[in-house]
Design a protein around this ligand. Sequence first.
Ligand SMILES: [Zn+2]
Length: 66
Amino acid sequence: MTNKTCVMCGAPITEKNVIGINQKLLGRKIVNFYCMNCLADYLEVSVEDLMERIEEFKNGGCKLFE
Ligand SMILES: [Zn+2]
């Protein structure tokens, strides 16, 4: 495990799904990661929307998610 922290608020990001949604929505090569709250803020969506996207990707069999 690598230690990632949210670029906005500094919260530790430990969940694979949160890292995965960052990469899905912002690109595989990103170096700055956001926690769910800050990512939702940044993308101007709700955390619930992000959760739904994660479920969709998971159901699609994406290996970035567990
Ligand atoms: Zn944050």
